[in-house]
Design a protein around this ligand. Structure first.
Ligand SMILES: Nc1ncnc2c1ncn2[C@@H]1O[C@H](COP(=O)(O)OP(=O)(O)OP(=O)(O)O)[C@@H](O)[C@H]1O
Length: 616
């Protein structure tokens, strides 16, 4: 079972690398569930054929009536019943076959959807973690939910309709020509003309390009309105209504300037197409007049004429279906392209022979890194320093200096562009990702807590941790007290259905999670930024326990918290400017000493008010 599934997944993965586009790609995705799809195709074809049976039955019935006209009472009751039964049977068969076709296609669609989602999630787990930071969960969710859902829609609904869209015209042509080839040819002229119009609507590259531009401008407008509504509080607070409305306004304008020519571009061909397919009987009327004037068999002529007058309007429904299949496929293909682009995202390389370590110094060796490889700008430029095991190494520096980037490189969220990052003397690229993750605990600026109980959120750090260990870690992270005050203590669920925690509380839960993990390397990015001075002191104490014989890298803004660090690395514009202990750096009288001076001035800053002074 697993082998089959992974084989199919492999097939999907291989397919994405082919530059196949369009319908071929969609059919490839559907082909992963071949037997079901085949069942759907056969049943849909049968449904399509069955849909014509009532027309034949009506034709035969009309002929029967006309043959005895005007003595209707001598009508053959058994034949009438037979034709009625035939029409009814056709309808029932059509429903049954179509139901069967949809059932097969839905089963195939759900199976494919499942595999695609698993495949997508597996792939996302293999891309560098930094990719998630850069792309954002919102976009990934959109692709995972909306675009993959579109594929489900295609396989479940469109595919049976596509089959019907191909089979129905063929059967239609056969019937049109079989009953009376002269009427048939006249009706065909109308059908062919409408096909030519449709091909000119959807076939040309200009229309396809315009359609995808239209989709893009619609997406831009939707994104801008979501952003506008989300940021409305900030916008109002800063009285930026006009300014921020401009972006939304611009996207609406762009959409309007797109949608009008887009709509107009369809105007002639679409109205021509619908007028044509709804009036195909106009093609058969002149032929009918000509045949009628020259025939002696009026009964046969009347029956045939009536049949075509009933049958030909049904062509409109069939051709409309073909058209919607075309337009929906273009919409769905945009979703497939977005999904394929993500599946083409390179995965993180894994070593052929994975190495482990038994010491935990973190060493940056002439590391350079760019977020955007196509641009010259480097977030880190030739960074070298060692964070020793058993020591606290603090990274400080100006905003945008590269501190967070250093923090993200240690657990290999991104790979270095140049140079090397070593853990215990081994390049992190020579370790399995899961092994590296076991060696590093991190608490970053954006703390993410799952909508689960606090206990489960802490246990995420170490699934085997006992309840006692969790409480111990929470005590050390100074969150035990506030957790006990929550409605269900450690079992309180976080999020919309439970309680909402403050930024500082969330961060302390994340620290408890890091404590319970007990990894040899700890990376803390602004870990105490949300804490008040009293808690900051307590958290510092908790860290002292946590840091015992570990390699600790702290990214800090508040110099007071890292004064006692064993080493302070000062960064600016992606480079290391200075490094040393607090005292050594002060003696250097360089950047750090200036920062320290500014920090002290700020700390002793007083605000003179009317009623006296307030110490900051
Ligand atoms: N996701 C990103 N995409 C592109 N460039 C980025 C990204 N994140 C950071 N940068 C750039 O990399 C450089 C270093 O940023 P980084 O966040 O590492 O600095 P920092 O010292 O942590 O700043 P701060 O103290 O303000 O958080 C900056 O020039 C920044 O603009």
């Amino acid at each position: 079972m697993y082998a089959r599934q992974s084989g199919q997944m492999g097939a999907i993965m291989k397919q994405k690398n082919n530059s196949k586009t369009g319908m071929a790609r969609l059919l490839e995705l559907a082909a992963t569930k071949k037997p079901l799809m085949l069942g759907s195709v056969v049943l849909s074809s049968l449904a399509s054929i069955a849909s014509f049976i009532p027309y034949i039955a009506i034709y035969l019935m009309v002929r029967e009536i006309l043959s005895v006209w005007p003595r209707v009472d001598s009508l053959d009751a058994a034949a009438s019943l037979r034709y009625g039964g035939m029409a009814f049977g056709g309808v029932v068969l059509n429903i049954l076959f179509y139901f069967g076709a949809l059932s097969c296609s839905h089963l195939a669609a759900f199976g494919t959807l499942y595999e695609l989602k698993v495949n997508f999630a597996t792939h996302l787990a293999k891309v560098p973690l930094g990719f998630h930071i850069l792309v954002g969960s919102g976009k990934l969710r959109k692709i995972m939910d909306e675009n993959i859902e579109k594929i489900e829609e295609f396989i479940a609904h469109q595919l049976p309709d596509i089959v019907a869209a191909f089979v129905a015209p063929v059967v239609m042509v056969v019937i049109l020509l079989a009953v009376d080839w002269r009427f048939g040819l006249a009706a065909m002229a109308g059908v062919i003309l409408s096909f030519v119009l449709q091909a000119s609507m959807y076939g040309n590259e200009g229309a396809k390009k315009m359609m995808s531009q239209y989709q893009k401008s619609l997406e831009n407008m939707n994104n801008a309105s979501v952003e506008y509504i989300r940021g409305i509080a900030v916008v109002k607070a800063f009285k930026q209504t006009v300014y921020s409305f401009r972006r939304l306004h611009d996207t609406i304008k762009e959409y309007t300037s797109m949608v009008i020519p887009y709509t107009l571009s369809w105007e002639n061909s679409f109205s021509g197409f619908t007028t044509l397919i709804n009036n195909i009987y106009l093609f058969i009327l002149p032929v009918g007049i000509l045949i009628g004037m020259n025939t002696s068999d009026y009964t046969g002529f009347a029956a045939t004429m009536i049949f075509y007058l009933i049958f030909v309007p049904a062509i409109a429904g069939i051709l409309m279906k073909v058209m919607y299949v075309n337009s929906n496929s273009i919409r769905i293909l945009n979703g497939v392209e977005a999904m394929d682009a993500l599946l083409a995202e390179p995965v993180m390389s894994q070593p052929a022979i994975a190495r482990g370590v038994d010491s935990y110094d973190v060493e940056f060796q002439n590391v350079s890194f760019s977020y955007d490889k196509s641009k010259e700008t480097k977030a880190l430029n030739g960074v070298s320093f060692i964070a020793r095991q058993g020591e606290v190494t603090a990274i400080v520096g100006a905003s945008g200096g590269g501190k967070s980037t250093v923090a993200h490189l240690i657990p290999r969220f991104f790979d270095v562009t140049d140079g090397a990052l070593l853990l215990g003397g081994v390049d992190v690229r020579e370790m399995n990702t899961s092994y590296l993750m076991e060696q590093v605990s991190f608490v970053f600026q954006d703390v993410f807590l799952f909508k689960q109980s606090i206990r489960d959120n802490i246990r995420l750090g170490n699934p085997t941790a006992s309840d006692e260990q969790i409480v111990e870690a929470a005590r050390a992270a100074q969150c035990h007290e506030f957790i006990l005050k929550l409605p269900k203590g450690y079992d309180t669920v976080i999020g919309t259905k439970g309680v909402n925690l403050s930024g500082g509380e969330k961060q302390r839960v994340a620290i408890a999670r890091a404590i319970v993990k007990d990894a040899p390397v700890i990376v803390l990015d602004e870990a105490t930024a949300f804490a008040d001075p009293e808690n900051e002191h307590l958290i510092q104490k908790a860290f002292e326990k946590l840091m015992n014989n570990k390699t600790v890298v702290i990214i800090a803004h508040r110099l007071s918290t890292i004064r006692s660090a064993n080493k302070i690395v000062v960064m600016d514009s992606g480079k290391v400017l200075e490094e040393g202990t607090h005292e050594e750096l002060l003696a250097l009288r360089g950047k750090y000493s200036l920062m320290w001076q500014t920090y002290n001035e700020t700390a002793s800053w007083t605000m003179k008010g009317k009623g006296g002074t307030v110490n900051a």
